[in-house]
Design a binder for this molecule. Structure first.
Ligand code: NDP
Length: 280
């Protein structure tokens, strides 16, 4: 039977470590403040924002809330970001995505001061990651590295297949695995003989956004399987990209959904908030 990697427990340990570090910084007179901007009221975004603010509160980070109406113009949003960039007492800025269709997400991401880019989406952060320089790392991939390390799963020298090549998960994930000395393959919707490719993986990371797509015939016996997907199945129940029931019996370790990768994303955001004052 596979080891189920408990992301909830691991993220709680990280949050407790961060809480101590935040308290130590406070003693030195260093305050951490995260500005959280939400445009419109997409219900999923509202839940994510609420959880991020709750996380801040838990570890002792002040969060400033900017809840802007759906019809906010791009210029108004860019002006607010400019204002927050200039505020010395704001250490991190987070703009909850997705934004309404009339706002250019790339422009907004680029407007955030890279020193306050706690989501790690700014091209400067992404570039720094690629060439191994200090900078913010995208939270979900950073969380997966922590899950692997804290579960004592060796990465160096292993065959890793990352399924998905998005800017926020697949690509930074592949770079991080490379940094940890894995041999990395990135697969996507145009990959030929996908099952043959994924079956090479000692560590398979699925970030496709297709409910239960990864069944047993995609997985090598004894592989470690990390499921990034957050989807709804045909009954509306939360599920991942991996068909847990068929994959779990043949792999050596697996993350569940919920309770696997998801909780790590917020823990790593909080870690980046602490980094934002350390980077100064
Ligand atoms: P995107 O839709 O941006 O990317 C999906 C990727 O999967 C693309 O690269 C796409 O290929 C590839 N893909 C799609 N269908 C197939 C297929 N049939 N075969 C092979 N590859 C395929 O998604 P994200 O990266 O943003 O998110 C992926 C999943 O992770 C989603 O379920 C999302 O909700 C979840 N997620 C979870 C987070 C967490 O905290 N746990 C955080 C972020 C995302 P191509 O590029 O060729 O189109």
């Amino acid at each position: 039977m596979a080891m189920t990697i408990d992301g909830k427990a691991i993220s709680q340990r990280i949050k407790d470590e961060l809480k101590e570090q935040a308290a130590a910084l406070k003693k030195q007179g260093i305050k951490i403040t995260l500005a959280v901007i939400q445009v419109g009221n997409d219900p999923a975004s509202t839940v994510y924002v609420r959880n991020k603010k709750k996380g801040c509160e838990y570890i002792g980070i002040e969060s400033l809330s900017y809840e802007l109406p759906e019809e906010t113009t791009q210029q108004e949003l860019l002006s607010l970001i400019g204002e927050l960039n200039r505020k010395e007492d704001v250490s991190g800025i987070l703009v909850q995505l997705p934004l309404p269709a009339h706002i250019d997400e790339d422009k907004v991401i680029r407007a955030i001061d890279p020193k306050k880019d706690v989501d790690g989406f700014h091209p400067q952060s992404v570039g720094a990651l690629c060439i191994g320089q200090p900078g913010f790392v995208s939270c979900t991939p950073a969380g997966i590295i922590q899950l692997l390390k804290r579960s004592s799963i060796e990465i160096a020298g292993k065959e890793c297949v990352v399924l998905g090549r998005s800017n926020i998960v697949g690509k930074p994930m592949a770079v991080l695995m490379l940094r940890e000395n894995a041999t990395v393959t990135i697969a996507h919707s145009r990959t030929r003989d996908l099952k043959e490719v994924t079956k090479r993986a000692d560590i398979l990371i699925a970030a496709v956004g297709k409910p239960k797509m990864i069944t047993a015939d995609y997985v090598k016996e004894g592989a470690v399987v990390i499921d990034v997907g957050i989807n709804r199945d045909e009954n509306g129940k939360l599920c991942g990209d991996v068909d847990f029931e068929s994959v779990e019996p043949l792999c050596s370790a697996i993350t569940p959904v919920p309770g696997g990768v998801g909780p790590m994303t917020i823990a790593m955001l909080l870690n980046n908030c602490l980094e934002s004052v350390r980077m100064d």
